[in-house]
Design a protein around this ligand. Structure first.
Ligand code: DAH
Length: 371
């Protein structure tokens, strides 16, 4: 007859000991009958299963059922019994000198399988570095959609209706939009500047934001062009922001990024959404501004000029504020500066990579070098 857990009426030490001995004897007998993996499994389940195994039943019947004054004694005995039965069950896999678990044994001294750990892509890493410089100046990070409307990408940024950037030569439009009014037509954003408007619609001044993201233009891929690339936009709006703030902020940022010895230089330029506008140059961080490399070789990255163009910038055009005037951006009361830079070219120069396409081909041998 298979062993079943008896109900106890007598909780004296002697009665508890007898019940425990019977249980151990039953467990020993059953353990000796284990011959196969299947036997081992059912033996183990019968005694150890959490739900209705013998140990659980003993716990319920003998311990929980014990009268108050016998609880302590019963607790001790049941614990001893559990330890002993666990021991028996654990050693039951040795059946007639053969170890039934031998095939399941794991050699923990074998080295594991090494899984290569991923690393930040060099462009993303450069983006994080640039964003970090501005975050430390108190800027927050904003993002916006890559599929944008004509309104945010062009109209609200003061692009005149026939501006060449709206041309299909440059902008990748989403197909089948002809039935929509021009400003609602979807396109792949050609710059991160639309997020300036999107952010100003949501947040009242003062604001200081940087906007990292991907942008698209219809440029065939080559060593220095890609139809998809990355920009970081910046925008600061407050009362009394001046061109001096723009220069000071960007000069600091360039020194933080390229080293404290770089010099900055602003040249007049044009962007529809800034007035005045400028291009910012830094002294070439490859040749130190001399235009020459070791042994008098010409410095290619700066084309021997000693200067590298890093971004476009300017004071936010009042016409742009007109589009978000209702959210506190009255051009008579607030002013601001904006800037936008291409990340890919900076990463290219920084890491001395000679073909932009390497960044996007996903070749592990290339990417590993940045791990
Ligand atoms: N959006 C411009 C571009 O893609 C870059 C730029 C220039 C952004 C001047 C700005 C700015 O915010 O003020 O060429």
């Amino acid at each position: 007859m298979a062993y079943t857990v008896p109900q106890l009426t007598d909780y004296s030490p002697a009665a508890l000991e007898k019940a425990a001995d019977e249980s151990i004897a039953a467990c020993q007998t059953e353990s000796a009958n284990v011959r196969s993996d299947a036997d081992l499994k059912s033996f183990r389940d019968r005694w150890m299963a959490r739900k209705n195994g013998i140990l659980t039943q003993i716990n319920d019947l003998w311990l929980k059922g014990a009268p108050k004054d016998a609880k302590r004694e019963a607790g001790m005995r049941v614990n001893q019994l559990k330890a002993r039965i666990t021991e028996l069950v654990e050693s039951a896999h040795i059946a007639g000198g053969v170890d039934l678990l031998a095939s399941e044994r794991v050699d923990i001294s074998l080295p594991g399988i090494r899984r290569p750990i991923g690393a930040e892509h060099p462009i993303i890493k450069t983006m994080h570095e640039i964003v970090g410089v501005f975050q430390r100046l108190g800027y927050s990070v904003a993002e916006g959609p890559v599929v944008e409307t004509d309104y945010y990408n062009f109209e609200a940024l003061n692009f005149p209706p026939n501006h060449p950037a709206r041309d299909t030569q440059d902008t990748l439009f989403i197909a089948g939009q002809q039935s929509k009014p021009a400003r609602e037509r979807l396109l792949l954003r050609t710059h991160t500047s639309p997020v300036q408007i999107r952010t100003m619609e949501k947040m009242r001044p003062p604001i200081r934001i940087v906007i990292p993201g991907t942008v698209h233009r219809n440029d065939p891929p080559d060593a220095s062009h890609s139809p998809m690339f990355h920009q970081i936009e910046g925008l600061a709006v407050d009362t009394n922001i001046t061109f001096g703030d723009l220069k000071g902020t960007l000069d600091h940022a360039m020194k933080a990024l390229f080293g404290s010895s770089v010099k900055t230089h602003f040249r007049p330029s044009f962007f529809p959404f800034t007035e005045p506008s400028a291009e910012l140059y830094v002294t070439c961080f490859i040749c130190g501004g001399s235009g020459k490399r070791d042994g008098n070789a010409p410095c290619r990255p700066c084309k021997q000029t000693g200067w590298i163009e890093v971004l476009g910038c300017g004071m936010v055009d009042p016409n742009v504020f007109e589009f978000v005037k209702d959210n506190g951006y009255d051009p008579k009361k607030v002013s601001g500066f904006a800037f936008g830079m291409g990340v890919d070219r900076l990463a290219l120069l920084k890491y001395g990579v000679d073909d932009l396409q390497y960044f996007f081909q996903g070749d592990v041998r290339f990417l590993q070098q940045f791990g």
